[in-house]
Design a protein around this ligand. Structure first.
Ligand code: C2E
Ligand code: MG
Ligand code: MG
Ligand code: MG
Length: 281
């Protein structure tokens, strides 16, 4: 905060601001190195069918594994990555990982499973994003519709990002709206751009049963999704009650700790093989 006193002007930094700036610098400098050292890793969270509980998708979630600090969650470095432009490299790394997983799933005979990657609005403002993604698709030779990009509602407000999303759809990639209900979306845009899925934000799911108004909002979101003919995934399912309620309301897919937590690749593969229906003779 800046204060004026008499004819002197001075700037006063609070301790929190200094701490905040120091922390940011720590993250910024570390992130650069983490990216080149491959310390940014993809964890994978299964998404299941609401009825059969079979795995239908997997979301890539990045973690920074620091040898001293341990695991650093994305909420503490994604904003810094966005501000510094490092999100471009981070995002392409995650897309490469996702396409490699799709390739692996194909080899394991699990080609019906989709893989989703979070894409921040910042990435969609980069004119080189589309070309870079197309190169990854070509290198890995995966079917583009099995790759789903998760964007937030606010992203759709940018004309530039909307145009790119439309181009991505032309390239065959699927698009999901993440954290649906927490932002503002233009309903006409959802239909114009042939969005394939809505992901109902965890904040609505966690409030179910406690607050009847929350229930009304969730039902309105589900009805909206159904009217628009969109597939819906509920995020953050932690209890059997949440699972049953949302399934009965018509939500197609579920994701949450109740089913599985985000996990490293080796654990994911073990989980998938265990879930795979046995071919009975
Ligand atoms: P998101 O895309 O909405 O991802 C869902 C978040 O909910 C993840 O947090 C996941 O671990 C968490 N979650 C899933 N099920 C449950 C549950 O049952 N209970 C609770 N309490 N949490 C659950 P995470 O991994 O910490 O990621 C946070 C956010 O960071 C993501 O939210 C996404 O917006 C962003 N993010 C993560 N990875 C990337 C990435 O590679 N690129 C970009 N741009 N953003 C990313
Ligand atoms: Mg997401
Ligand atoms: Mg989400
Ligand atoms: Mg989120």
């Amino acid at each position: 905060a800046s204060k004026r006193k008499g004819k002197f002007t001075y700037t006063f930094y609070s301790e929190e601001m200094v701490e905040g700036a120091r922390y940011r610098l720590f993250i910024e400098q570390g992130l650069h190195k983490a990216l080149s050292d491959k310390a940014i890793q993809a964890y994978w969270q299964p998404i299941v069918d609401a009825h059969s509980h079979r795995v239908v998708g997997i979301e890539a979630l990045c973690r920074w594994i620091d040898k001293d600090a341990g695991m650093i969650p994305p909420d503490s470095f994604i904003p810094v990555a966005e501000e510094t432009g490092l999100i471009q490299a981070l995002g392409l790394h995650m897309l490469r990982e996702a396409c490699m997983l799709l390739k692996l799933l194909e080899r394991e005979g699990l080609e019906e499973i989709e893989v989703a990657v979070n894409v921040s609005g910042q990435q969609l403002k980069d004119s080189q994003f589309l070309e870079a993604l197309q190169e990854i698709l070509e290198d890995t030779q995966i079917q583009p519709q099995r790759l789903e990009l998760e964007v937030t509602e606010s992203t759709l407000q940018s004309e530039q990002a909307s145009l790119l999303i439309w181009q991505l759809r032309q390239a065959g990639v699927s698009i999901a709206i993440d954290d649906f209900g927490t932002g503002y979306s233009s309903l006409s845009k959802l239909t114009q751009m042939s969005i394939s899925k809505l992901k109902i934000d965890r904040s609505f799911v966690s409030g179910l049963g406690e607050d009847s108004r929350q229930q009304i909002v969730v039902e309105a979101i589900i009805n909206l999704g159904r009217s628009l003919g969109l597939r819906m995934t509920a995020e953050g399912i932690e209890t059997i009650e949440q699972r049953d309620y949302l399934r009965d309301k018509g939500v197609h897919n579920m994701q949450g700790y109740y089913f599985a937590r985000p996990m490293p690749l080796t654990e994911l593969l073990a989980y998938l093989l265990e879930q795979r229906p046995q071919s009975s003779g």
